[in-house]
Design a protein around this ligand. Structure first.
Ligand code: MN
Length: 311
């Protein structure tokens, strides 16, 4: 029996965390694991903690634990590359810490880790953990995990989508939940997001190599009534354009620095993100820039990167 399952069996109380600013994979892996454990170990107390992101309320809700510490509890963190990104600092107060993630293992935190950067999503990993160890899934758990896989693969578009991903998704699809309704929810956005997308398409600067950039200033966010976290809804939009290979969206923060969301179709860009206080997946990274000069540097580095990749 794997050590992770031994630990799960050994503890009566388990708390599951995921990263701040959750996306469907963060919630799907966290709530999917919560449901699987509740279903298979009905005598245990299993909780999921963190901020309830209103725009993803259709996926599911957190539990709210008044406990000041998680002493005596097993803590599991899903889909979170580094400790600074873990939502709810009480993860530090548990008895034993497990990391389950699919990002590169640059911050190998925890007492026990299951890290697989070849998995499309943490949700795919949780689903296969259950399938491989004979744990039963409820229909709700299947729905959470399916949502997570769809979210992180861009509905099976990105190259992290493997045959195993599709096979896992197919097994989840055999459970009973409203798959079309869920997909429709995930594919819908507010009219203000549509208008911001219009702004992005109107204002994209595209280099001759196929690198695109756009700055979303505080003034634009105010004019479109968009919060910082809501800008995530337009990150994939430039990828629809044929001529664009890599792109960066610079979101100005209240303190004047820029949060940089970087994406690429083929050429890895995470090393560039690491040069600018960031990191992430090869084709989907985040960084921070502290001046317009640094914004220009990042744009130039993306251009050089694409030139050397094509050689
Ligand atoms: Mn993920």
């Amino acid at each position: 029996m794997p050590e992770m399952l031994q630990k799960i069996i050994a503890y009566d109380e388990i708390v599951i965390h995921r990263h701040k600013n959750p996306d469907p994979d963060a919630l799907g892996s966290q709530l999917g694991l919560r449901d699987i454990l509740r279903y298979n170990f009905p005598d245990k107390t299993i909780s999921a903690v963190g901020y309830d992101e209103p725009s993803l309320a259709f996926i599911g809700q957190m539990d709210h634990l008044p406990d000041e510490t998680f002493k005596g509890k097993l803590v599991i963190v899903t889909d979170t590359a580094n400790t600074a990104r873990i939502d709810d600092d009480r993860y530090q107060t548990g008895d034993f810490l497990i990391k389950i993630d699919h990002h590169p293992n640059d911050d190998p935190y925890g007492d026990l880790r299951d890290v697989d950067p070849t998995a499309s999503s943490a949700s795919e990993m949780i689903a296969n953990f259950a399938f491989e160890h004979g744990l039963q899934l409820s229909d709700t758990a299947a729905r959470f995990l399916y949502a997570g896989i769809v979210g992180d693969t861009g509905r099976f578009l990105y190259p992290a989508t493997t045959a195993k991903t599709l096979y896992t998704a197919a097994k989840l699809a055999a459970y009973h939940f409203d798959r079309t309704g869920l997909m429709r929810e995930m594919d819908s956005f507010d009219i203000k997001i549509a208008r911001l997308q219009g702004y992005v398409y109107e204002n994209l600067e595209i280099s001759s190599e196929g690198v695109a950039r756009v700055v979303i200033s505080q003034a634009i966010m105010k004019a479109y009534q968009i919060s910082d976290s809501e800008t995530s809804a337009i990150v994939s939009a430039p990828g629809k354009i044929k001529a664009i290979q890599s792109w960066a969206i610079f979101v100005e923060q209240a303190d004047g620095h820029y949060r940089v969301r970087m994406r690429s179709k083929q050429a890895p860009i995470n090393e560039i993100a690491k040069l600018h206080a960031g990191g992430g997946h090869p084709l989907a990274s985040g960084a921070n820039s502290y001046s317009t000069e640094e914004n220009n540097d990042i744009f130039q580095q993306l251009r050089n990167n694409l030139v050397s990749f094509k050689k």
